[in-house]
Ligand binder design. Structure first.
Ligand SMILES: *[C@@H]1O[C@H](CO)[C@@H](O)[C@H](O)[C@H]1NC(C)=O
Ligand SMILES: *[C@@H]1O[C@H](CO)[C@@H](O)[C@H](O)[C@H]1NC(C)=O
Ligand SMILES: *[C@@H]1O[C@H](CO)[C@@H](O)[C@H](O)[C@H]1NC(C)=O
Length: 565
């Protein structure tokens, strides 16, 4: 390893020594020459003969020649004049790129004796390039509310020129949000930084368009521009805002399920999900949750169940709007339920006697109460009965009513009364309730049986067969039941000699009269007696009638002479 390293070292040492020797041979100075880039071919650089202190002839005689290190013939030596001229238009940027100063090294060789002069040609820069941004437009996205003073590094512009002719400064259109700060990097390059002077507000301005200018140091300076588009990014810095803090609405209690009650709406000035608002009930009671429904997207509040003014007259609903970023706000909806006449009046019977004794003075028949849970006129009531009845309806406290008779009733003239108690409210439309009661007048034995005739005359013939039906008497009783059940009987005769009981009998139930034996006109031409009709009332009532029986003669006797002949 070591031996091999030594062997390789030797030729290098030889080369180095040779160069050193050559240089030492030419120890007549080091030529510094310059030329401005882009000058025409053949431009004068230096008179080499003069510069080296040689005669023109000597320079030519010694075969002076110029050799560049990059083996290119950038310069020409005119051996007659000793002038060193450009052999081409030199482009500094092509030769050296960003390196500045731009140096081309070359040697001047001469023979007899052999000599080497070292020299350098500096190609001087001219400001022949403008700064150029890679893109015509730069997009910079900045989140709103970013802190003032925050710096954003921008892409720099390129300028092929070197030194002072390269980019030296950046500027931006005057504006209230940004200024440009120039930061040098380690390599001596400058970078533009955009510094925020004032917080951005997406809700105020979503985009700014500024022109960024890069200036080089030439005289006059050249410049290049790019459009700087600053896109402000929204953050969720705004809660949804309700159009109103309080919504008030009135809803008739008979609104069907599915009715739209009200639509709430909240806007959010943010963007994207930060502006997506959804609605919900907040702190809602069981009642509200079962009665209403809110669409999370539209904010429509829909009726889910039927309202009942008599139960709940108003609802206070808190609504929350929440955006996609979680910011929320609230509003209140006041729902006033309007009464509709949806309840007919009610009649509650407390006591009722269906029977009234006739002939009684004013009597209480029924006590009842009426009610209507509706409000206003919908709950005001009228109560009445037919006006052709001998009854009175008397209002009492607390919607109580008392139904009485006007006075004594006569069962025999009317024994049944159909009473319709009507209760109506004053709503629109009017609702009414009817309550029918049937009142029965009970009988009192206030009528005696009445005979169809005050007296009866019966003809009936002598010599009849015994037990002959000779006639019927009849009495009716206006009362009812046993008070109207009539029984007949014979009254004792006025003439005590009349043996009535052996002559006539009467059927107690139907008033049929029978002759008990054969009557003899010649013995009894006529007779009369009283009959009685009695009811079974307690006490019983009765009446009487007279019955006259005329016996008709039959030709039952042969003529006979009063005188004997
Ligand atoms: C860059 O330009 C600005 C605006 O014209 C100027 O105020 C500033 O002095 C310049 N900076 C340099 C380093 O030339
Ligand atoms: C009472 O109502 C009944 C049944 O509706 C009917 O048969 C009867 O005739 C009515 N009586 C009176 C007096 O209106
Ligand atoms: C009550 O009686 C009236 C008259 O007879 C009749 O028109 C009505 O329908 C009855 N009402 C009810 C509730 O029975």
């Amino acid at each position: 390893m070591e031996a091999r390293g030594l062997r390789f070292l030797r030729p290098r040492q030889v080369l180095f020594l040779f160069l050193f020797w050559g240089v030492s041979l030419a120890d007549s100075g080091f030529g510094h020459y310059w030329v401005t880039e882009e000058t025409e071919r053949g431009s004068f650089v230096v008179n080499l003969a003069k510069d080296l202190g040689l005669g023109q002839e000597e320079l030519a005689a010694r075969g002076a020649r110029v050799i560049f290190e990059d083996s290119k013939q950038h310069l020409l030596l005119d051996s007659h004049t000793g002038n060193l001229l450009t052999n081409e238009k030199l482009d500094r940027e092509k030769l050296c790129g960003p390196t500045e100063p731009c140096m081309l090294y070359f040697q001047i060789l001469m023979d007899n004796p052999f000599q080497i002069y070292r020299a350098e040609l500096r190609v001087r820069d001219i400001n022949d390039h403008s700064p150029v941004f890679r893109n015509k437009e730069m997009i910079l996205k900045i989140v709103e509310n970013t802190m003032e003073g925050t710096a954003f590094r921008l892409e720099r512009a390129q300028d092929s020129d070197g030194g002072r002719n390269s980019v030296q400064n950046y500027t931006i259109d005057p504006n209230s949000f940004f200024h440009i700060k120039i930061s040098p990097s380690d390599e001596g390059i400058i970078y533009p930084e955009l510094v925020l002077d004032k917080a951005l507000d997406w809700e105020q301005q979503r985009e700014l368009i500024l022109t960024l200018t890069a200036l080089d140091g030439g005289s006059p300076p050249r410049s290049g521009t790019t459009t700087l588009r600053i896109v402000v990014l929204d953050i969720n810095d705004n809660a949804p805002q309700f159009a109103r803090v309080l919504y008030e609405t009135q809803v008739p209690e008979d609104s069907p399920e599915g009715s739209l009650i009200v639509q709430v709406s909240a806007g959010d000035v943010d963007s994207g999900v930060n502006a997506e608002v959804s609605y919900s009930f907040f702190d809602a009671s069981e009642d509200i949750q079962t009665t209403f429904e809110i669409s999370p997207f539209s904010g429509e509040i829909i009726l889910r169940a039927l309202l009942d003014y008599e139960l709940i007259k108003s609802y206070k609903i808190n609504i929350q709007a929440i955006d996609g970023g979680g910011l929320s706000s609230k509003c209140t909806v006041l729902v006033e339920v309007l009464d509709t006449n949806d309840n007919p009046p009610e009649l509650i019977m407390s006591s009722l006697s269906k029977y009234i004794a006739e002939n009684s003075p004013e009597t209480v028949l029924a006590v009842f109460r009426i009610k209507d849970p509706d409000s206003g006129d919908n709950g005001k009531m009228l109560c009445y009965i037919q006006d052709n009845l001998p009854f009175l309806l008397k209002p009492s406290v607390d919607n109580f009513y008392i139904l009485t008779t006007e006075g004594a009733l006569d069962r025999e003239s009317q024994d049944v009364y159909n009473v319709t108690i009507t209760v109506t409210d004053l709503g629109t439309p009017r609702l009414k309730t009817e309550h029918n009661i049937t009142l029965l007048v009970s009988d009192v034995n206030d009528n005696a049986p009445a005979f169809t005739q005050a007296s009866y005359t019966l003809l009936v013939r002598e010599n009849n067969s015994p037990a002959l039906h000779i006639g019927t008497i009849s009495a009716t009783d206006a009362d009812a039941g046993t008070n109207a059940q009539v029984t007949y009987s014979l009254l004792p005769p006025h003439d005590p000699q009349l043996a009535l009981a052996s002559l006539v009998s009467i059927n107690a139930d139907n008033g049929q009269l029978f002759a008990l034996r054969s009557l003899d006109y010649e013995a009894l031409r006529a007779f009369e007696f009283g009959v009685r009709a009695a009811d079974r009332g307690s006490p019983a009532l009765s009446s009487q009638a007279l019955v006259r029986v005329l016996v008709l003669d039959a030709n039952d006797n042969a003529p006979f002479s009063l005188y004997s002949e």
